[in-house]
Design a protein around this ligand. Sequence first.
Ligand SMILES: Cc1ncc(C[n+]2csc(CCOP(=O)(O)OP(=O)(O)O)c2C)c(N)n1
Ligand SMILES: [Mg+2]
Length: 485
Amino acid sequence: MLRRAPRPLRPRLAARLCQPQPQPPRRTSSTSTTPGTSTSPTATHRPHPPSPPAHGHLPGAPRSALTTELHFFNSVLEGQQIPTYRVVDGNGDVVQGAEVPDVGREFARRLYETMMMLPSLDTVLYSAQRHGSISFYMTTHGEEASVVGSAAALEPTDEVLGQYRELGVLLWRGYPLSSIMAQVFSSTDDSATKGRQMPVHFGSPPHHFHTISSPLATQIPQAAGVAYALKRDPARRGSVAVCYFGEGAASEGDFHAGLGMASVLGGPCIFFCRNNGFAISTPAAEQYAGDGIAARGPGYGVYTIRVDGNDAWAVYNAVKEARRLTLENQKPVLVEAMTYRVGHHSTSDDSYAYRAKQEVEDWKRVDNPLFRLRKYLEARGWWSAEEESALRLSQRKEIMAAFQHAEARPKPPLGEMLRDVWGGEEPWMLREQREELRGLLGKYGAVWEPWRRELARFEGGGRDVMHPGAEGVGVGVEEDPDEPQ
Ligand SMILES: Cc1ncc(C[n+]2csc(CCOP(=O)(O)OP(=O)(O)O)c2C)c(N)n1
Ligand SMILES: [Mg+2]
């Protein structure tokens, strides 16, 4: 058999191996001297064998120190959990040694007002679902500081890829209540998704908010890609990608794919985990055995911080610094915000089937992000009880006005649901589905009461499907202003 001649070492590797290596510390105690390895010049007349290098030289871990200690480890900080960064305590008092951001009265008030808008909206829309006005809803109760506090630390052109519980980011960016209502009611005014997404699956290009898709964790590798694109585009220098996800979503393979990609390819990216203790009914303790999500950051060589997610200022500071770090290094940063999901997972869930109601009531009282910020503002004379009542009233009024407007608006023409997926000529299967729908509408549309009622809610009453081309709402008749011409 032919034997191949040994390949010469690659020049860089050869140079590294020939370099004098730093020496491991010598043991001085007598017990450390084992036969044949004595370092005493008088112990033997033979020349010393070359000392082993102090660092590994293999490509997988080139800076790993060599050690004789047979030691396994399973935590980032030996024996301790990763600490939680905090600025104000449960009563809104600044913790000793903590630094409050220098943002001023107006900014602080706006932060509070935006956080307060969330529970007001949530209460109205949650009960709207219960009354059958909308099909689905998810609240942010308990996570107001994590969501709005982080949004406030971003620039408006940072690209946000959310999971579904991040309506507060849109509110902070000035997304109007009318658009929120149009989306949850799937009305004809829903310009971003034309009524075709489930409620809370928002998307808004002008607000740099990528459309929500609820298969868990898909946004994580996408965010890695967005960050890489930002890194490569000189026109977008200074913007970052921000990816929100739950601790449950972090159990998906996409979490690992996304962090692996982002850490190797680089690019400005903040991975923001809302660790709210539950993935529907699965508590965090059944989701991971390690030290939360933060412990995984160093595994990917990613700068990481754990933060008190119910402390708006801690979240703000952490994300501000994460943003600076990721822009400076063009490498991702991971933030794990520790919080508690006070509401049910969604309108499809009853969380008292898997957690005690009292537990939830206790959390609301003991660690309430809205209360903490309000107390902070009041202590500075930046907020009062009168302003609190006035805010609640005016927000409720604004919400109800937008709600009533959207409720009265029709849904887009029925045939819209079959449009915009493919460009060019309509594919055969869509034609078939349209024909099938036309047949069913012809048979039941006018005579079966539930369908009659439902059809009446669509602009044109379904005629664009039943009689294509008629009424000016026929398929292919209108021009779509969003479509490149
Ligand atoms: C791939 C996939 N599996 C399962 C689901 C069903 N599901 C929807 S939300 C959810 C829990 C997610 O929990 P977490 O990521 O912690 O977010 P949270 O709801 O707590 O904000 C699950 C399992 C899904 N949407 N996608
Ligand atoms: Mg969760």
